[in-house]
Design a protein around this ligand. Structure first.
Ligand SMILES: NC(=O)c1ccc[n+]([C@@H]2O[C@H](COP(=O)([O-])OP(=O)(O)OC[C@H]3O[C@@H](n4cnc5c(N)ncnc54)[C@H](O)[C@@H]3O)[C@@H](O)[C@H]2O)c1
Length: 389
């Protein structure tokens, strides 16, 4: 594929319009389709606003801004996809709807058109199964906001052809994104490995060890994370974050490592979604100040240690199960969710024996399989090895 390739994007919501912006900025002609005319109007207005801001900040000039928007055709019919070389679907997260759409897309496009899904949680194999030529289907998972987040997960399904994978990855690489290759398993890399960032923070709160503000303070000030777990959950939306956790938990056949939290469920049920509803774990009303954390460094250190070893355990297990390479697992967490350091590299720096000891302590203390150390971690310690050596 080259710049002559016409890129189709289906769904003009937050992800679809971001992906269209990237492709048009990379000089592709883009067809952005949404069945809802209001969504198209909104997407065009929001893209114009974003481009105007980039001109204001002198990141691009006026002519470039005009050229970018000029390359995007806003349309309400999939028939306009007929000459696309690739279509990236970013519609509602529902497998039945996606399958219907993929069957329809296949009847419109040419034999060699790649059909990609931006799904966060559905299996690519199930989406591909709706196509006769299922080897042309692949997952291409962008992060929000797509134009700003460098990471893109490339997810071949069991049906996907090597050539589809190579072509899709080369195209996204040419858009100056950081691509990582991952197996078609629940949560791919990022949404799987990141679960303890939320789940363990919630559990620490539920046990009465610390309040939201203190846990956030510990994770940012002592742990070096850009955002604390509760601020981040409020930003993502507790409804969205809870649903992802529940989906991952079910997809892993109720593995206790991914068990959702009642605290978050109740916040979500109460309509305390976070920033978008004005209240979540914190109150976002005008004039309300964030509560003060307890800046006890010993307590803070314990909080960071507990969450970080759980994250490392998840990363180690993803590597053990060949979900991705160690380099891609580390890259995914630094480029997809801005972690201060790759988790496997972090584990080596702490010392694998120390990581294992902390996990074994939690496992013994709670008697909960949630804390079982990854086999890979045990094996490396036994063989006196590290992840990178
Ligand atoms: N929001 C995120 O943070 C995020 C991140 C990565 C991936 N994703 C995934 O991207 C996809 C889209 O998410 P979003 O947040 O942009 O959703 P959104 O609700 O903002 O936008 C979805 C758009 O799809 C349109 N649509 C629905 N059904 C359609 C159909 N049959 N044909 C054409 N258009 C249709 C809707 O009108 C809407 O404009 C989902 O699969 C989601 O899981 C979301």
């Amino acid at each position: 594929m080259n710049k002559e390739t016409v890129v189709g994007v289906l769904g003009a919501g937050s992800m679809g319009s971001g992906i269209a912006q990237i492709a048009a900025t990379q000089k592709h002609q883009v067809v952005l389709v949404d069945l809802n005319d209001a969504a198209l109007v909104k997407a065009e207005a929001s893209l114009n606003k974003i481009l105007a801001r980039l001109v204001e900040k002198e990141k691009i000039d006026e002519a470039t801004s005009k050229a970018i928007i000029g390359r995007i055709k806003f349309s309400n019919t999939v028939n306009d996809f007929s000459n696309c070389g690739i279509i990236i679907e970013a519609i509602i997260e529902n497998v039945k709807v996606k399958q219907q759409v993929f069957t329809e897309l296949e009847s419109i496009v040419s034999e060699d058109c790649i059909l990609a899904s931006n799904t966060s949680s559905l299996s690519i194999a199930s989406i591909a199964s709706a196509c006769k030529k299922s080897d042309r289907v692949i997952g291409i998972h962008f992060f929000n906001p797509a134009p700003l987040m460098p990471l893109v997960e490339i997810i071949p399904a069991v049906q996907t052809a090597e050539a589809t994978k190579d072509t899709a990855r080369a195209l996204i690489d040419s858009w100056k994104k950081v691509t990582v290759l991952t197996k078609d398993t629940p949560g791919f890399i990022v949404n799987r490995v990141a679960r303890p960032f939320y789940g363990e923070a919630l559990k620490i709160y539920e046990e009465g060890i610390a309040d939201f503000a203190t846990i956030d303070w510990a994770m940012t000030e002592l742990g070096g994370f850009r955002m604390g777990p509760f601020t981040l959950m409020d930003y993502i939306g507790n409804d969205v974050n809870y649903t992802v956790t529940e989906t991952v938990f079910a997809a892993f056949y109720n593995d206790p490592r991914y068990r959702p939290s009642f605290t978050q469920k109740r916040h979500s049920e109460a309509g305390w979604f976070g920033r978008k509803s004005g209240r979540g774990f914190f109150d976002y009303a005008e004039g309300v100040e964030k509560p003060e954390p307890n800046k006890d460094e010993e307590l803070g250190g314990e909080i960071v240690n507990r969450i970080v070893v759980m994250l490392i355990n998840e990363a180690a297990d993803a590597l053990f199960l060949n979900i991705a390479t160690k380099e891609d697992i580390d890259l995914a967490m630094t480029k997809g969710v801005n972690y201060p350091c790759g988790l496997l590299e972090w584990a080596d720096a702490i010392g694998l024996e120390e990581v294992l000891l902390r996990l074994e302590f939690l496992h013994a203390e709670y008697g909960d399989d949630r804390y079982r150390p990854s086999v890979l971690l045990r094996r490396l310690v036994r063989e006196d090895k590290t992840f990178y050596n």
